[in-house]
Design a protein around this ligand. Structure first.
Ligand SMILES: Cc1cc2nc3c(=O)[nH]c(=O)nc-3n(C[C@H](O)[C@H](O)[C@H](O)COP(=O)(O)OP(=O)(O)OC[C@H]3O[C@@H](n4cnc5c(N)ncnc54)[C@H](O)[C@@H]3O)c2cc1C
Ligand code: SF4
Length: 416
């Protein structure tokens, strides 16, 4: 069972609102029956193109609740959904795991880092700077030095407050590398929880090849949460996860990922183009459960990551649900697993969503951080990336990471 968080959704609500405004989230509140939010999204939903709208209508006709996927994007739409002439995003077919050449994605660099560097001359961004370890004073209660390797040289920095945000794997590794006399198992690791409870979404990208042609350009606008909490099947009364659409398949991607590899590579482009024209693409994700054995750690100077699957059956069931639903609406499809931009090895090396490893909680014996995301054992050390998650849910994690970072920033500000 997925553990409850020590803070409620209501505690995060104002920070979600702030995060949605900061990252230009487009959505339609009330569309998704599972969305606990109450204030309207700052920007109207990204409109469906005709084929996706048809899919949405057909799903609604069989009693499901498709909704507009909330998206962080710098898109100004006309009534028909097309981009206005002055919109940064032009609604091309690459909205997903591709870098945007127009800076139309509301990502951290576009929305926060670049404007901050422009507006605040007292802020410095150091690139190519690898934090090797953190050092503490003799009490072990304060970080005094941040040891950095940059251009083959060691550099040292100090600050009253130190915030670690290296991501779920690297933050834990930094704390483990920073073991010292006062923290022999790793900095802030008296609980032995640093690195443990690693979670990654069990994910699958499927290309549904159908009889009809799909000419959608910007496809990532629809999601379906009807099987999120309940499969609806008497023989498997468990949550399954979220179905969402993703970027349209391109013929060259399908060719590159063709299952028969070398042989298929020599075929002309036409079958791949036809497959792309007749497909719709879905991203399925299921919750991974936190177990202490799933962990990142050092052994003999090398990084190890132990991962055992915790919920594979739900993902299989979710795939079967998608197939069934498409059949029920009269769009029977062949589902082909895609590796897309995630690399061939989706099970682990293609992980996009990961969390855990420094979970927050009230009990220092079972958590690394307190409810302010400050280390229980170190007074001036905060961790603000996905490490703090006690469980990962089955929705995309980044808005929660941002909302929490804003929450913690306000706590730190009040302390200054
Ligand atoms: C292709 C792809 C698509 C995605 N799409 C979505 C999506 O649509 N929606 C969504 O919600 N999420 C998405 N995600 C997931 C999202 O990117 C992550 O959830 C989020 O970035 C995690 O934030 P974080 O702060 O935990 O860590 P990160 O964003 O990984 O930030 C950690 C930073 O720390 C730096 N760092 C690490 N170690 C050190 C060190 N020792 N010294 C100095 N710096 C260090 C890293 O270089 C990095 O810049 C996607 C991920 C991928 C890969
Ligand atoms: S890549 Fe994405 S954000 Fe950039 S123009 Fe295309 S659809 Fe818009």
């Amino acid at each position: 069972m997925s553990p409850a968080w020590p803070l409620s959704c209501a505690d995060f609500a104002p920070w979600y609102d702030e995060a949605e405004a900061l990252f230009h989230v487009h959505g339609r509140r009330g569309d998704d029956p599972l969305d606990p939010g109450t204030t309207p999204y700052p920007f109207v939903e990204v409109k469906h193109e005709p084929k996706v709208q048809e899919l949405s209508d057909k799903l609604a006709d069989i009693g499901l609740n498709p909704f507009h996927l909330p998206l962080g994007i710098l898109l100004d739409q006309k009534e028909d959904g097309f981009a206005t002439p002055t919109s940064v995003c032009m609604r091309c077919s690459y909205f997903d795991g591709f870098p945007c050449l127009l800076n139309g994605k509301a990502d951290a660099q576009v929305m926060c880092i670049d404007p901050m560097l422009c507006d605040h001359p007292n802020v410095t961004l150091m690139t190519g700077a690898y934090v090797e370890r953190l050092e503490t004073d003799a009490s072990g209660r304060r970080v005094t030095q941040v040891v950095v390797r940059r251009r083959e040289q060691e550099e040292r920095y100090s600050a009253g407050t130190v915030v670690v945000a290296c991501g779920a794997l690297s933050s834990a590794l930094l704390l483990l590398r920073s073991a010292n006399e006062q923290h022999p198992k790793g900095l802030a690791n008296g609980s032995d929880q640093v690195g443990r409870n690693y979670m990654r979404h069990e994910m699958s990208i499927v290309m549904a090849v159908m009889r009809h042609v799909n000419e959608t350009v910007f496809q990532k606008t629809l999601a379906l949460g009807d099987f999120y909490f309940d499969s609806g099947d008497a023989d498997y009364p468990h949550p399954l996860g979220l179905i969402q659409m993703c970027a349209t398949s391109h013929a060259d991607q399908i060719k590159g990922e063709a299952p028969l590899g070398a042989i298929m590579q020599h075929l002309p482009d036409m079958p791949f183009e036809e497959m792309a024209r007749h497909s719709m693409d879905f991203w399925l994700q299921t919750e991974d459960l936190p177990i202490p054995e799933n962990r990142v750690y050092y052994q003999d100077g090398r990084v190890h990551l132990d991962v055992a699957e915790t919920n594979a059956q739900s993902l299989d069931r979710l795939k079967a649900k998608l197939k069934q639903v498409l059949s029920d609406i009269g769009w029977p499809a062949v589902l082909i697993e895609r590796s897309l931009y995630l690399g061939k090895d989706i099970p682990l090396s293609g992980t996009a969503h990961q969390a855990g490893t420094c979970r927050f909680g009230t009990d220092p014996a079972t958590s690394v951080l307190n409810l302010d995301c400050r280390a229980h054992e170190v007074d001036n050390l905060y961790v603000t990336d996905a490490s703090f998650f006690p469980s990962i849910g089955a929705v995309n994690p980044t808005l929660t990471i941002i909302a929490n970072a804003l929450r913690v920033a306000s706590i730190i500000q009040a302390r200054l």
